[in-house]
Design a protein around this ligand. Structure first.
Ligand SMILES: NC(=O)c1ccc[n+]([C@@H]2O[C@H](COP(=O)([O-])OP(=O)(O)OC[C@H]3O[C@@H](n4cnc5c(N)ncnc54)[C@H](OP(=O)(O)O)[C@@H]3O)[C@@H](O)[C@H]2O)c1
Length: 240
């Protein structure tokens, strides 16, 4: 049962145009938060914003661009939002290729969206969170932030790095009033898997046995609504 614990709070969710990010945005909006929806696909963001009921802010942005965090911050400033209360770094790209077939360009692009962009938003908003002595940085990691699977050179490198970033932020904000949570799911049935078609490949979790995006949304909702005295450092999700 979702209450209205987040009324008066603003939650920024990257990668909100579909999949896990859209599910997280819906859940936090149901709990009363005002949403800032970030991704490249403007129409999907506008459709979701309309569904959420009016005051959601849409920021169309390619998070691989070096100035993406600045653009997001300017859009929030223009909307009268100095800093989100909750930052959910969710946008991500998944590539499956052995190291010797991963181009340097693909490796770089994966790190840009999965690691550099989340850092950019942390860098943009942590000072205001520190000044206010409140805020919550939620990072969507992966089973691949601790387990190195073949074919995951770029993805695992980005997600291991992202977990390290979370742990550093957690260490640096401990006792400041700011919370930091890493949510690391196993396979989740989203469009991310469409190009891979796991049902037809050995060694992959069939889609019917994957987590639903709503499970990740539940975890994020739990972390951001638990008693303020508690920091949920890390949640690792798998199917029972
Ligand atoms: N699905 C899984 O099995 C699984 C498991 C563990 C962790 N995760 C993680 O969960 C997160 C969400 O994954 P998902 O399964 O929901 O994937 P998805 O359905 O492919 O959605 C990815 C989201 O990220 C956005 N995005 C991708 N590249 C972007 C860019 N350059 N700039 C801005 N936004 C960008 C996409 O929006 P646009 O295309 O509109 O830009 C989309 O909203 C990722 O970090 C992923 O690594 C997924």
């Amino acid at each position: 049962m979702v209450g209205k614990e987040l009324v008066g709070r603003t939650a920024l969710v990257t990668g909100a145009s579909r999949g896990i990010g859209a599910a997280v945005a819906r859940r936090l909006a149901t709990a009363g938060a005002r949403l800032v929806l970030v991704a490249r696909t403007e129409q999907a963001l506008r459709t979701l914003a309309a569904e959420l009921g009016g005051d959601a802010i849409v920021v169309t942005c390619d998070m691989r661009e070096p100035d993406s965090a600045t653009l997001v911050r300017r859009r929030l400033d223009a909307a009268g939002v100095a800093c989100p209360d909750i930052l959910v770094n969710n946008a991500g790209a998944f590539v499956l290729a052995p190291a010797h077939e991963t181009s340097v360009e693909l490796f770089r692009e994966t790190l840009e969206v999965n690691l550099t962009a989340p850092f950019g938003l942390v860098h943009a908003f942590l000072p205001a969170m520190r000044a206010r002595r409140t805020g919550h940085v939620v990072t969507i990691g992966s089973i691949a932030d601790r387990a190195a699977f073949p074919g995951n050179a770029a993805y695992a490198a980005s997600k291991y790095g992202l977990r390290a970033l979370h742990e550093v932020v957690r260490g640096e904000t401990r006792g400041t009033g700011i919370r930091a949570t890493l949510v690391s799911p196993g396979p989740v049935d989203t469009e991310l898997w469409d190009p891979i078609d796991p049902d037809s490949r050995d060694g992959f979790t069939p889609r019917a046995q994957m987590l639903e995006p709503a499970a990740v949304a539940d975890a994020v909702h739990f972390a951001v609504t638990v008693s303020v005295e508690i920091n949920v450092d890390e949640l690792r999700l798998s199917r029972r």
